[in-house]
Design a protein. Structure first.
Ligand code: URA
Length: 262
């Protein structure tokens, strides 16, 4: 018998935000968005109990399947990061973009389109409204810009919560300018600043910095309580079971799923 906890879904303002959201006339396929995957709203506590707010960029193919953001390779790296701070459940993760992106060059210029901003600001405002968020961490430049836009807008004018930026969890692309070491050095600095600020983690833990690479323990499974009911364990504790399809399809939205060997 499986008795894993699962995400019972958003409540209150968060629920309203999942009831009414921008469609593909805002996140247009012609602008580089995979609107065919539908929106992927959040991961974590969309019920007013979160004390850490995490901002990512946009959902990828794994998230299109699990219907929760940051649940693939990037998500497991971020999970390890928040757990190093002692946050095992009291976090809320949202992305700068509600829909996946298939062409960054086309989509990123829409980060601050009025309807994109207005909806994203409603999520930030809902996250902050209970007054419990102790810190915000943004992963990658679009997330950082999204937060900066919020705190310099009239809606964010009174927001004084501590914010720390960090490199995006998959910034260490093979052959790219940022190495694994660069990523982890950057994350160690970010963790140090956050750890010094956070007052009420779920578990008080001494900060153990990253070494030269992620250890298996630093890539934990996505907790079942963050995902919809009934998702099998292999979707939470393995990477790359969902890949982009061949042929890619409209908006490069085809997804190929291969169940990993037991
Ligand atoms: N998946 C997400 O949901 N967000 C990211 O930033 C990366 C992967």
């Amino acid at each position: 018998m499986i008795t894993d906890p699962f995400d019972p879904g958003p409540t209150g303002r968060f629920r309203t935000l999942c009831r009414r959201y921008p469609d593909d006339t805002v996140f247009r396929g012609a602008d580089g968005f995979r609107s065919l995957w539908g929106p992927v709203f959040y991961r974590g506590r969309a019920n007013g109990t979160a004390r850490l707010l995490v901002v990512g960029q946009d959902p990828a193919q794994t998230e299109a399947f699990t219907r929760r953001i940051l649940s693939g390779q990037a998500g497991r790296r971020v999970q390890g990061f928040v757990e190093k701070l002692g946050f095992t459940s009291s976090y809320l993760m949202v992305n700068a973009f509600l829909y996946g992106i298939y062409n960054q060059k086309m989509a990123l210029p829409h980060l601050n389109d009025p309807e994109v901003v207005a909806y994203r600001h409603r999520w930030f405002a809902a996250a902050l409204a209970p007054g419990r968020i102790e810190a915000v961490v943004t992963f990658g430049t679009p997330a950082f810009e999204a937060w900066r836009t919020f705190v310099t807008s009239p809606e964010g004018a009174d927001v004084s919560v501590f914010h720390q930026r960090a490199l995006h969890p998959t910034a260490d692309k093979p052959g790219g300018p940022i190495s694994r070491r660069d990523l982890l050095d950057n994350w160690n600095v970010a963790l140090g600043r956050l750890h010094a600020r956070v007052q009420q983690p779920d578990e008080a833990r001494p900060l153990v910095p990253y070494g030269a690479d992620f250890t298996p323990a630093e890539l934990p499974a996505i907790p079942s309580r963050d995902l919809p009911a009934g998702l099998p364990g292999w979707m939470r504790d393995t990477d790359f079971w969902a890949t982009l399809g061949d042929p890619p399809g409209t908006e490069r939205a085809n997804i190929s799923v291969e169940v990993p060997p037991a």
